[in-house]
Design a protein. Structure first.
Length: 205
């Protein structure tokens, strides 16, 4: 297991330089993963949401199944739009530890106007179900680059990865696992914690 502090310190470099490990490719080449991706696309269509289908990522463990990708057009949205909220991702979550019913969710990311900047800042991701109900809010970290960078993956405007991490704040009673969806595009990185773990102290917020 990779500790959260190490992953976060090298997050941008790893995702920008890696062509496959974090690029939305299935961890397990199986019919089950293909079926999960198909179901994610169908769930999005039912909600009228267009996805970046080529970047769908899956993660399956003994306690969680997560499928995710970015919403089409997200790579073209300027950081200033976070003030009013931006639909960033579409996910399927099935895990008791996530604290929400199993299902497909549209993820809308919002940041306070005074927090938006070049560099790293906090935001909130709202998970919205098929009925348009806001089910949960999750901690999110955004990093906006001072200028556009080379595509995170050759031939693709963005990359989507799903990471399972262990939150380590040096208090053994508070060690816990979390799953984070990471979206990398030419002007920034968005990290959405699907399990609602507050790791803002790692960024000095």
């Amino acid at each position: 297991m990779i500790t959260s502090r190490f992953v976060r310190s090298s997050l941008v470099a790893a995702l920008l330089l890696s062509g496959s490990a974090f690029a939305g490719e299935s961890r397990y080449a199986s019919a089950a993963c293909t079926e999960l991706k198909t179901e994610l696309v169908q769930g999005a269509k039912e909600q009228g949401v267009a996805l970046n289908e080529e970047e769908i990522g899956t993660l399956t463990t003994d306690k969680a199944t997560v499928v995710a990708t970015s919403i089409a057009g997200y790579d073209k949205v300027p950081a200033t739009d976070y003030e009013k909220g931006v639909d960033a991702a579409f996910v399927y979550i099935d895990s008791e530890e996530a604290g929400i019913p199993a299902g497909h969710y549209r993820v809308n990311v919002r940041a306070n106007k005074e927090d938006i900047q070049v560099g790293r800042y906090k935001a909130i991701a709202t998970l919205i179900d098929k009925d348009g109900k806001e089910v949960a809010q999750r901690a999110t970290v955004i990093e906006t680059f001072p200028s556009a960078v080379k595509s995170a993956r050759y031939g693709s405007p963005m990359s989507v990865g799903i990471q399972q991490q262990t939150i380590n704040d040096w208090n053994l009673t508070r060690f816990r696992k979390t799953i984070i969806v990471v979206i990398v595009h030419s002007w920034g990185v968005t990290g959405i914690d699907l399990f609602g773990t507050d790791y803002s102290s790692d960024y000095g917020f």
